[in-house]
Write a protein that binds this ligand. Structure first.
Ligand code: URA
Length: 205
């Protein structure tokens, strides 16, 4: 494995090429295309959603539908542009009818995500919703309990702040959730700057 940013970028390109042809689970039969991820390969902030929806499946890019528009707006309001982050999802293929990801699909797909984290080496991994949060934290606690509090996690040799957030799709359904997501995203720049003085670790009790 390469230690330079340039080397890791090349490895990410190879990984993406391999991922775009993935047939590890049955979703390969129903998807239009793999939505592997997009953004800065050297990003400090990586965002991990649940699974592509209809628009993403059609175009091949993550978070370009209504959830993505809300996410872009909230990031921009906090001074973070979409170009400077890397965005992907727990599943790289759309489940038919946008049903929930199945355990076997998450298991088949997880090596892609862990490789992306290893190669991008972000400082902060923001997980959007229950599926990404449970997978990457290894904790079954729901997003309502854990959102907005940074946790320290090590993936392989790389340590990150894992930062659980509500999924923007949930924020589109509830103004209360949208406000909590806005406040949590507002705290991201301080977390990215390493200013953890205000951050509390762990779950809500
Ligand atoms: N929701 C997700 O979790 N990921 C996408 O790419 C789009 C919507």
């Amino acid at each position: 494995m390469s230690d330079t940013a340039e080397g890791r970028k090349k490895e990410l390109v190879s990984l993406t090429r391999e991922g775009l042809a993935c047939t590890r689970c049955d979703l390969a039969e129903s998807r239009t295309q793999v939505v592997f991820g997009a953004g800065d390969p050297d990003a400090d902030l990586m965002l991990v959603g649940e699974a592509p929806g209809a628009e993403e499946d059609r175009i091949g890019l993550p978070f370009i539908g209504r959830s993505g528009i809300l996410l872009n707006r909230l990031l921009e309001e906090s001074g973070i542009s979409r170009e400077e982050v890397f965005i992907t999802s727990t599943l790289k293929c759309r489940p038919p009818g946008n049903r929930d990801p199945r355990a076997a699909e998450i298991e088949s797909c997880r090596p892609w995500l862990f490789e992306q984290i290893r190669l991008i080496q972000p400082r902060v991994v923001a997980t959007l919703g229950n599926f990404a949060t449970r997978l990457l934290s290894g904790n079954p606690a729901g997003i309502t309990r854990v959102h907005g509090r940074a946790q320290v996690h090590t993936f392989g040799e790389h340590t990150v702040f894992l930062y659980p957030l509500f999924h923007p799709a949930a924020a589109l359904r509830s103004t209360g959730t949208a406000e909590m997501l806005r406040q949590d995203i507002e705290a991201l720049p301080a977390l990215l700057a390493g200013d953890l003085s205000g951050a509390q670790m762990g779950e809500r009790t």
